[in-house]
Design a protein around this ligand. Structure first.
Ligand code: SF4
Length: 369
């Protein structure tokens, strides 16, 4: 049994490696391999398609050619470049990881799992990717593509969203690893998942390991991998207020930086009232104490009670519904002690220097159309 498993693994390694040598896409982070580039590309590509991530990778390598440049950047600079990519904690963590690499590791990415674990946002997959892709060290790595390929190749039904299930896949990836060519091998599994063993309609006739694929043989490939449970998606209703201050041609807007403990930490946004999981009626919204407080901070405010724009946005666990209202005013009242964090007064022409959630930029574009 052991012998047949090892001969199967050997065949799979050979076939995957030869296929990768022929078919691998020419991607920029494969052309110019360094641990810093692997870190950048892998963090950018988490939850992001390659075609979308590519332009962000170029932006980052141009703005921050070395880990020292990224470590020296402000959080605002990083978030502005990250704008539109979502999951903004990735951008913040990337900058903090660069700072630790510079302060604790002399500017070079570490070469051990333990040391890499000290970098925020660098989880098991990215650690394995850095060690194998950049340093060609014999470590497995398992991302969504690899879970799918392994579950189909070996007809595994262990759920990929439980700790116990994930341990099965990591163990298998370790056993299957090509210790002589770990970089090529790991990237071949990922590439096979991206190009051939796709979530729907896998291209089995062109697959280099079709003869060895148990999922294909049993006709169950497309039903794999298994996920145990779906997470509940929570609706969330948000009401933004575009507060325009001043005369036409010289207007400013109120912005505020979002704090910690919620989505979009560190991004900028307009005044906001949260409706929770239920929409607010117009009456409730217009009588909302936060709106009264906002109007109380403005000189001669004029609220337009009809929404100027509506938009929806899906996050992994939240479905956001947002509306945008317009308030015009002559200016701001002097701040009082009860006022929360003070507003930033931003000239309209400078708004694009502030990173905002995509949902809000879409609302603003629609309102300005
Ligand atoms: S034969 Fe089909 S299901 Fe099996 S690994 Fe190849 S593409 Fe995936």
């Amino acid at each position: 049994m052991k012998t047949s498993a090892s001969s199967l693994y050997r065949t799979l390694r050979q076939r995957l490696g030869a296929w990768y040598d022929r078919e691998a896409r020419d991607l920029p982070w494969r052309r110019d391999v360094s641990a810093y580039h692997v870190l950048l590309s892998e963090v950018i590509l988490q939850q992001t398609r390659v075609d979308q991530g590519m332009s962000y990778y170029h932006r980052f390598t141009e703005a921050f050619p070395t880990v020292y440049d990224l470590a020296a950047a402000s959080e605002d600079e990083v978030l502005l470049l990250w704008q539109g990519l979502g999951y903004y904690s990735r951008g913040r963590n990337l900058r903090r990881a660069a700072q630790i690499i510079v302060s604790d590791f002399g500017g070079e990415l570490p070469r051990t799992l333990e040391e890499l674990s000290r970098l925020p946002g660098v989880g098991p997959y990215t650690r394995g990717a850095i060690l194998s892709f950049a340093y060609n060290l014999p470590f497995p790595t398992v991302d969504g593509n690899v879970y799918r390929v392994l579950s189909r190749l070996f007809a595994l039904t262990d759920p990929i969203d439980t700790g116990a299930g994930q341990r099965v896949y990591w163990q298998l990836a370790e056993e299957l690893l090509d210790r002589e060519h770990p970089s090529r091998h790991n990237q071949a599994l990922i590439e096979l998942g991206a190009l051939c063993c796709t979530p729907r309609n896998p291209h089995c006739p062109e697959c280099p390991v079709q003869e060895q694929c148990e999922g294909y043989r049993r006709g169950i490939a497309e039903t794999l991998p298994i996920k145990q449970g779906k997470t509940r998606v929570r609706p969330r209703y948000m009401y933004y207020f575009l507060v325009r201050l001043g005369e036409a041609g010289a207007t400013s807007r109120l912005l505020r930086r979002r704090g910690a403990g919620d989505i979009w930490q560190g991004l900028y946004e307009l005044p906001l009232i949260e409706g929770g999981e239920e929409p607010l009626s117009t009456e409730t919204l217009l009588a909302h104490p936060r709106l009264s407080a906002l109007l109380g901070q403005l000189r001669a405010p004029r609220l337009h009670p009809q929404p100027r724009a509506r938009a929806k946005h899906r996050l992994s666990h939240q479905q956001l519904y947002a509306e945008l209202y317009l308030i015009e005013a002559e200016g701001l009242m002097p701040p009082t002690e009860e006022d929360e964090q003070p507003w930033l007064l931003i000239p309209e022409a400078e708004q694009e220097r502030y990173a905002m959630p995509v949902l809000l930029t879409r609302l603003l574009e629609e309102a300005e159309d």
